[in-house]
Ligand binder design. Structure first.
Ligand SMILES: Cc1cc2nc3c(=O)[nH]c(=O)nc-3n(C[C@H](O)[C@H](O)[C@H](O)COP(=O)(O)OP(=O)(O)OC[C@H]3O[C@@H](n4cnc5c(N)ncnc54)[C@H](O)[C@@H]3O)c2cc1C
Length: 331
């Protein structure tokens, strides 16, 4: 069984706060960005809704890391969403099961090798439980990952389709539907799957997870062909090496398209994270953690010591010297 990524999530949150504090960053939690301050078409800051009332912060540069392009769209950036029929990838509430007996599960997989592929499977058992009316999922398999803890797995198997992460009513519905599914899956694992006999769901995500929402329409749109043929770009700022991973927006099935060897250079405008400038297919590659982290770090680093436009002549010179140092691990 594999882990993606094998990180201790509580420790990670702690380390992140330590890093911010050590670097002297002034940050604000519990603040929802709701608007931009702008003058003459130029963004000059952001407005946040907080328990203390609205807070306006002026800034030379605003980097939108909302994953939904909330701020970019408020600033007037054109965008699109979903595939041609308007459907976006399904939402998933992640949860963790503990008291998992790894040896018991591995024994089952050894005896039934066709029933587990890396991080997902159990097709026969899912079919059996569905027929018995004990499982009602718009997917045909169960997907879970190892964590740093021996007796714990992280389950990525709830699926809520035909919902949009930019619609608060859809989000409300998805919270309810995914929490119901979580309890069903936990029960299914306990009753049907060797290794899970004593297990129970110990914690779910703070929110249902949204895989994709808005994609900003940039100067260039990364296409599926760019990704799968491992096309190189002069102005690349990150290199990705993940299959195009698309969870079926309409129901069962996951599409995994593998790219040619050599990885892909992700071309991005000055926006962060999962709303990278890509059309529907490549969002399955650009909207994954390593690419979001790298493009986000890149956006932040170009703000320091002073903002430099990617179009300025100094930029390519700066990138040649600075980027390899900033991103040595991924470049
Ligand atoms: C169920 C699920 C499974 C996934 N599995 C994998 C996987 O196995 N491997 C992989 O590489 N990737 C996976 N991904 C994708 C990965 O999680 C995302 O690509 C990545 O988290 C995107 O990072 P981000 O920083 O751009 O956005 P996010 O991680 O979404 O962070 C955005 C943050 O901004 C906050 N926010 C949003 N709007 C506002 C606002 N208006 N004001 C203030 N704060 C705001 C949010 O609360 C959130 O904390 C998965 C995603 C989901 C949903």
């Amino acid at each position: 069984m594999q882990a993606y990524p094998p990180a201790h999530d509580e420790r990670l949150q702690d380390v992140t706060l330590d890093l911010l504090n050590e670097a002297g960053v002034r940050f604000l939690l519990h603040a929802f960005a709701s608007g931009v301050l702008s003058k003459g078409g130029k963004v000059e800051g952001a407005i946040f809704e907080t328990k203390s009332g609205p807070v306006a912060i002026r800034a030379k540069v605003v980097v939108d890391c909302t994953g939904d392009a909330d701020m970019a769209v408020q600033a007037g950036a054109p965008f699109e969403m979903g595939r041609a029929d308007g459907l976006a990838q399904p939402m998933t509430l992640m949860f963790r099961m503990v008291e998992f007996n790894r040896m018991g599960f591995e024994e089952y997989v050894k005896k039934n090798p066709s029933q587990w592929r890396g991080v997902h499977g159990l097709w026969d058992l899912v079919r059996e439980a569905t027929r018995a009316g004990e499982l009602e999922l718009p997917r045909e398999d169960i997907l879970f990952f190892a964590t740093p803890h021996e007796h714990e797995v992280s389950v990525n198997s709830t699926r809520v389709t035909r919902v949009l992460g930019t619609d608060v009513w859809d989000l409300t519905y998805a919270e309810c539907a995914s929490r119901r599914q979580m309890l069903q899956i936990a029960e299914f694992l306990r009753r049907y799957v060797p290794g899970f006999e004593r297990s129970y769901a110990v914690q779910s995500g703070v929110n249902v997870g949204v895989r994709e929402t808005r994609r900003i329409i940039g100067e260039y749109q990364l296409t599926a062909d760019d990704v799968l043929s491992a096309r190189k770009f002069e102005d690349a700022i990150a290199r990705g090496s993940y299959p195009v991973d698309i969870h079926n927006p309409a129901g069962s099935g996951t599409v995994l398209k593998r790219q040619k060897r050599g990885g892909r250079l992700v071309r991005t405008a000055r926006v962060d994270g999962s709303f990278n400038v890509a059309d529907f297919d490549p969002i399955g590659l650009t909207g994954i953690q390593e690419n979001c982290t790298t493009s986000g770090s890149y956006s932040a680093s170009t703000c320091k010591p002073r903002w430099m436009s990617p179009r300025s002549p100094q930029f390519s010179k700066w990138k040649r010297w600075k980027v390899p140092k900033c991103f040595a691990s991924v470049w």
